[in-house]
Design a protein around this ligand. Sequence first.
Ligand code: ADP
Ligand code: MG
Length: 247
Amino acid sequence: MSNTDFALAVEDLTVSFDGFKAIDALTLYVDKKEMRVIIGPNGAGKTTLLDLICGKTQASAGSIKFKNTELTKLAEHKRVRLGIGRKFQTPSIYENLSVFQNLEVSFPAGRSVFGALAFQCTDEVKARVQEVATDIHLADRLDTEAGLLSHGQKQWLEIGMLLMQEPELLLLDEPIAGMSARERELTAELLQRICANRAVIVIEHDMEFVKRIAHKVTVMHQGKILAEGPMEQVQADPKVIDVYLGH
Ligand code: ADP
Ligand code: MG
C-alpha cells in the first residue's frame, strides 16, 4: 500500500528531550475511517505522540504523512487547516461564552474569539452550530454559559468545537476522564458516529470503553509499540499483561 491509502502514516518517528527518547523510532499506520485506541502505562509517550502529530512538539527524526503531505516541518496552524483536530486532556473552552458562541467561534474562517463576536452570524454558521450541538447532546443548552456545564458536557463541547472544522483526523486524549457512566455511554456512541467519516485516534485507560470503541488497539511502552491489533489479541498478549494490564 502507498502512504495515501492511510489516513495517517507515521514512520521511524523519534523525539528526544535532553537525550531521553520519549518517542523512539515509532511506526504506525492508521486507516481511513479507523478508530484507533492507544493504551499503555503512564509515561509511555502517548500524549507526546499526539503532540508530534498536531505540531505542538517538533520531531527530532522520522516522518508523519497525512493526505500525502509531510507534516513534520509544518506549523501547528497549518496542520489544523489541513484537517487535523486535537483535543487535549483538559477541556479548553471559553467558560464565559455560551455553548452557541463557543461553537460559532470555532467555525473555520481563521477568526479570533474577539473577531467572531463582531462577526455577523450567517444562516450557514447557525445551521452548522445546530447540527454539531445535536451531535454532542447540547442542542437544548445553546444559551447556557459554558462554565456552568458538567465536566462531561465540557468535554463534549470541546469535541463539538473541533467538529465545527470538519477535521479528517481527530486526536483525543482521554476524552471520558471525569465522566459519569451515562456520559461515557453517550460518548462511545458519539465517537462511533464521528468516526463514520473520519479517522480518530483516542488515548484511553478505561478498558471497557476501549473494548467498546476500538477497531484496533496500539499498546505503547517506553516510546515504542509493544503490541498492536484487535482488542482480544492485545489483551491476551503476555507482554501487554506484564507491563500494563496486569497492574
Ligand atoms: P503518556 O501520555 O503516555 O503518559 P507522555 O507522552 O506524557 O506519556 O510522556 C512520555 C515521557 O516523555 C515522560 O517521561 C515525560 O516526562 C516525557 N516528556 C513529555 N514531554 C516532555 C517535554 N516537553 N520535555 C521533557 N520531557 C517530556
Ligand atoms: Mg498522557
